[in-house]
Design a protein around this ligand. Structure first.
Ligand code: NAX
Length: 326
C-alpha cells in the first residue's frame, strides 16, 4: 500500500464540501490505490455540524480513507498537508455581488496563508475555491512567503466546464469532443470565456458557430452562470463546484492530457501583458510531475485582448481593496 496523502479541506461542513469530501475519500482524486488522510477545518461554532459529516464519511467505510481529523485550528489542519482545498468562506447570497464579499473573506485567507507557510509540505498544492477565488489565492500566497508561488492556484475550472457545456450543447456533441477552451482572468462576471483556440471533434469551433452566438449568448451565459444557478436553486453552485475542484486538482497533480489544457488562476509571469503576480486565469498545461506552465504562445485577437484587459483591471481593483493584507 502507498504512503497516505494528507489532504486538508476548509469549510468542511459547507455545501461544496458535502460533495467534495465523499468524492475525495472514494478515490476519485488520486485513484483506487492511494490511501488518504483527511484534515477538515471549520469555524468553532460549526464543529458540531462537522461531526455529522465525519460520521457519514466513516459510515461509507471507504477502503482508502485511513483517518479523518476535524479541527478549528488551521495549523493542525495544514500540518504536513500535501493538497489543500481552501473552500471555507462566506458564500454569496441572492442580490449580493462577489465584490461585497471581498473584505470579509480576505482576512480568512491571510490567516490561512500564514498557517500554510508555517506547517504545510513545501510542495503543497493549494487550490482556492472560496470567493473571490483569484484575489483570495493572491492573499494566501502573499502570506506564505516561504512557499513557492507555484504552490497556489485559484479555481476557474467550473467556468471552463460551463463553457465546454455551452459549446457542446450548441454543436450537438459530447463534452469530451471539446478541447482547448480558455477562461481568462477573474472568476467573476468579467471573466472572458474564449473560443478562438477551441476545437470540436478536431474542427475549429469558430467555423461551427456564428459571431452573434458567441457575443450575445455564449460569453454572457458563461459569465453569469453562477448567478443563474443561485437564482434557480436559491443556493450557489455546489456539486458542480466540487466536481471542478476535483478535475482541477487532479490535472494539477497528475498532468493535463495531450494537447489540451485546463483554465487555472495562477500567478501571472507577465504572459499576454498581464501584470506579474496577479492571480489570473490562463490556459495551463501540467506535466506528469505536477509542474504547471502557462501556455504563452497563443495568437490573441483584438476582440480577446480588450476582454482580457477588462478582467485584469477588475483584479487590480480587488487587489487595491485588500492591499493591507498583502
Ligand atoms: P457554505 O456556506 O455552504 O460553506 C462554507 C463553509 O465555510 C461554512 O461551513 C463556514 O462555516 C466555513 N468557514 C467560514 N469561515 C471559515 C474559516 N475561517 N475556516 C474554515 N471554514 C470556514 O458555502 P459553499 O457553498 O460551500 O461555498 C464556499 C465558497 O466557495 C464560497 O466562497 C463560494 O462563493 C465559493 N464558490 C466558488 C466557486 C468557484 O468556482 N471558485 C463556485 C462555487 C462557489 O460559489
Amino acid at each position: 500500500m502507498k504512503t497516505p496523502i494528507v489532504i486538508a479541506v476548509t469549510g468542511a461542513a459547507g455545501q461544496i464540501s458535502y460533495s467534495l469530501l465523499f468524492r475525495i475519500a472514494s478515490g476519485e482524486l488520486f485513484g483506487l490505490e492511494q490511501p488518504i488522510i483527511l484534515r477538515l477545518l471549520e469555524v468553532t461554532s460549526v464543529l458540531d455540524k462537522l461531526l455529522g459529516v465525519v460520521m457519514e464519511l466513516n459510515d461509507c467505510a471507504y477502503p482508502l480513507l485511513q483517518k479523518v481529523i476535524s479541527t478549528d485550528d488551521s495549523k493542525l489542519a495544514f500540518n504536513g498537508a500535501d493538497y489543500v482545498f481552501l473552500v471555507g468562506a462566506k458564500p454569496r447570497k441572492t442580490g449580493m455581488k462577489r465584490k461585497d464579499l471581498l473584505e470579509s473573506n480576505a482576512v480568512i485567507f491571510a490567516e490561512q496563508g500564514k498557517a500554510l507557510n508555517a506547517v504545510a509540505s513545501r510542495h503543497v498544492k493549494v487550490l482556492v475555491t472560496g470567493n473571490p477565488a483569484n484575489t483570495n489565492a493572491l492573499i494566501t500566497q502573499s502570506n506564505a512567503p516561504d512557499l513557492n508561488s507555484s504552490c497556489f492556484a485559484g479555481m476557474t475550472m467550473l467556468d471552463h466546464n460551463r463553457a465546454i457545456n455551452q459549446l457542446a450543447e450548441k454543436c450537438g456533441v459530447r463534452s469530451k469532443d471539446i478541447k482547448n477552451i480558455i477562461v481568462w482572468g477573474n472568476h467573476s462576471e468579467t471573466q472572458y470565456p474564449d473560443l478562438h483556440h477551441a476545437t470540436v471533434k478536431g474542427q475549429k469551433a469558430f467555423a461551427l458557430v456564428d459571431d452573434a452566438w458567441i457575443t450575445e449568448d455564449f460569453i454572457p451565459t458563461v459569465q453569469h452562470r453562477g448567478g443563474a444557478i443561485l437564482e434557480a436553486r436559491g443556493l450557489s453552485s455546489a456539486a458542480s463546484a466540487a466536481h471542478a475542484a476535483i478535475v482541477q486538482m487532479r490535472a494539477w497533480a497528475l498532468g493535463t492530457k495531450g494537447d489540451d489544457w485546463v483554465s487555472m488562476a495562477v500567478a501571472s509571469d507577465g504572459s499576454y501583458g498581464i501584470e506579474k503576480g496577479l492571480f489570473y486565469s490562463f490556459p495551463v498545461r501540467v506535466a506528469v510531475d505536477g509542474e504547471a506552465s502557462i501556455v504563452n504562445d497563443l495568437k490573441i485577437e483584438e476582440f480577446s485582448l480588450e476582454r482580457m484587459q477588462a478582467t485584469e483591471q477588475e483584479l487590480k481593483e480587488e487587489r487595491m481593496t485588500i492591499r493591507h493584507l498583502l
